[in-house]
Design a protein around this ligand. Structure first.
Ligand SMILES: Nc1ncnc2c1ncn2[C@@H]1O[C@H](COP(=O)(O)OP(=O)(O)O)[C@@H](O)[C@H]1O
Length: 191
């Protein structure tokens, strides 16, 4: 599917507010890709599709998770986490995306994972810091992202984890693994 058709199809899946967020993630993903040496075309494609399943009914997402063998442990955590792996499934099956870099960046854009690729990091960070975002740590995250993708992402995960702790909610383990791994990556890069 070409870029314009993809944009129109994704746009029709969400309210205008969320589409504006997607536009922000597209713009920010391109900037980060250029800054940190990734392919901006792939980064933009992952950004266009990252929230494609965000407004799908819970029951529809649950069926896909169960029937398509997506990680079953997702079902024990906040439903907000489901749209990312379901989105990767939709990108592959309905939008015919074959590039694993793009599919994984969609799949892990909310949770992160151990061993995040450059593309995973870019889309996940863009989701945190696109211009429409407004939460206490966002200014700091944008500032850190001027020089370090990994440090900015750790700051993003820290804000999510703090929020979840404050709310007494469960933390999906992939996010903890992602944060631990990024801290190791940063330490090794500085040695
Ligand atoms: N690691 C996690 N464990 C549990 N819940 C999470 C985790 N990461 C995100 N969430 C939940 O998912 C929500 C939405 O995340 P995200 O998709 O990044 O937000 P948005 O809908 O603003 O794009 C968070 O506010 C939080 O409630």
């Amino acid at each position: 599917m070409n870029r314009d058709a993809m944009i129109e199809a994704v746009r029709s899946e969400m309210p205008e507010r969320r589409w504006n967020h997607t536009l922000g993630v597209m713009e920010t993903s391109i900037i980060l890709a250029e800054r940190f040496g990734a392919d901006p075309v792939k980064a933009e494609q992952a950004a266009i599709l990252h929230d494609v399943a965000k407004y799908w009914q819970t029951s529809r997402m649950e069926s896909i998770i169960r029937q398509e063998g997506l990680p079953a442990d997702l079902l024990e955590f906040d439903k907000e986490l489901w749209h990312a792996p379901v989105g990767a499934f939709v990108a592959e099956q309905l939008f015919k995306v074959t590039d694993l870099d793009v599919l994984d960046a969609i799949r892990y854009h909310t949770s992160g994972r151990e061993g995040m690729t450059l593309m995973d990091k870019i889309v996940c960070l863009a989701d945190y810091m696109e211009p429409g975002r407004d939460f206490p740590a966002v200014h700091k995250i944008r500032e850190i992202a001027q020089h370090s993708l990994e440090k900015a992402l750790v700051a993003g995960f820290d804000s999510t984890i703090s929020y979840l702790l404050q709310q007494g909610k469960r933390i999906y383990p992939l996010t903890v693994a992602a944060r631990n791994d990024l801290l190791l990556f940063i330490r090794e890069a500085e040695q």
